[in-house]
Design a protein around this ligand. Structure first.
Ligand code: SF4
Ligand code: SF4
Length: 346
């Protein structure tokens, strides 16, 4: 039997679970799958089984523990305040096996420095804009903006240019967030840290909440902030967007990083917006997490569809503040990212 060191460390959380099942109420994977194993409670029982040795790792255990976006929505309904997503994440770290879709992501990051298996040249071709050398502020573009949604990086750089803010654009590899989410050690961060040290960077601005989350261990050394926080702190004179906008809280930006107010402040400056029925702490996850959507595309698609459906009923365009949500949701409906809103109406 393996050591289960990560689960041992979080044993106290597992023991706080009374088994009441309230965490099923708004869990998207339970909603789509309907079995106990699809719910937070089912996964906690599984984690307990692994810890106690009553359950052994096999493919179905790996599959079950990975079938969760770690969105934390379930935690809003848990009367015992159990850190459900932390337990599931700890269990993943104690697993030996990896799903084929996840192995592919990890191999890609190791070989190409990004999860998409793309040559790094396609990133470098986009390195233009305000590439200042004598600045302590860096803009960190994640793989999504460097490879798949280059328009979001262009929009961010255009905003800095319009505002006269000098930022250094780091020629970075993947921050390693997908590897972390899968439950494997993130070796990417130390490489990037070295580069930031060489550039004497003090502040890092992210448009991707997942990248920002990966940098949390370095937040004593660098000031880290989401681009919406940086922009909301400035006196921007945005034109009225003249569009009906509905703001979607990313699970990472919202529940994990606690950033709810700033994107809303920016949208108010651009003429206002409406809310989803469930918003802020109660927002529904769109399923756009890279590791989750790669392994469970059908469930991830259904999760996106229900968000798009509500926006459609309200005749509104979804505004995201996460390149992952943007990339995923736009396959199903009208989406614009907060950086595009600011760039367009500044
Ligand atoms: S709501 Fe909380 S206490 Fe109840 S089963 Fe879920 S995790 Fe356990
Ligand atoms: S973290 Fe999200 S997907 Fe995972 S069990 Fe909780 S609500 Fe469900």
């Amino acid at each position: 039997m393996s050591e289960m060191n990560h689960l041992k460390k979080i044993q106290h959380e597992i023991m706080c679970c009374t088994g009441c099942g309230y965490c099923k109420k708004a869990c998207p994977t339970f909603d789509m799958g309907g079995t106990e194993a699809d719910s937070g409670r089912g996964k906690i029982f599984l984690a307990y089984g692994l810890l106690s040795g009553e359950i052994e790792e096999d493919t179905s255990v790996i599959q079950t523990l990975q079938k969760c976006t770690l969105c934390g929505r379930c935690e809003q309904d848990c009367p015992s305040l159990v850190k459900i997503s932390d337990i599931i994440h700890a269990a993943r770290k104690d697993l030996h096996g990896v799903l084929p879709a996840h192995q592919k992501i990890m191999d890609s990051i190791a070989k190409y420095g990004n999860p998409f298996g793309m040559e790094s040249e396609s990133r470098k071709n986009e390195q233009r804009g305000v590439e200042a050398e004598n600045t302590e502020i860096a803009y960190f573009a994640g793989c999504m903006e460097n490879y798949m949604e280059k328009g979001l990086k262009r929009a961010a750089l255009s905003i800095f240019e319009k505002l006269g803010v000098d930022v250094a654009v780091i020629d970075n590899e993947c921050c390693g967030n997908p590897v972390e989410i899968i439950g494997r050690e993130n070796k990417q961060l130390s490489k990037i840290e070295k580069k930031l040290d060489d550039m004497a960077i003090k502040k890092i601005i992210f448009s991707c909440p997942s990248c920002m989350q990966s940098f949390l261990p370095l937040n004593k050394k660098f000031e880290i902030m989401h681009i919406s926080q940086f922009l909301a702190g400035m006196d921007l004179n945005l034109k009225d967007a003249g569009m009906k906008l509905i703001y979607h809280d990313s699970s990472v930006l919202g529940r994990k990083l606690g950033i709810y107010e700033e994107p809303r402040k920016l949208l108010e400056m651009a003429g206002g917006f409406i809310e989803f029925k469930q918003h802020e702490e109660l927002a529904q996850c769109c399923g756009g997490d890279l590791a989750f959507s790669a392994a469970f595309p059908d469930t991830a698609g259904k999760m996106a569809e229900r968000i798009v459906e509500e926006a459609r009923e309200k005749n509104a365009t979804i505004v995201t503040a996460s390149p992952h949500c943007y990339h995923h949701l736009k396959k199903y409906g009208d989406v614009i990212d907060i950086v595009e809103v600011v760039d367009r109406f500044l």
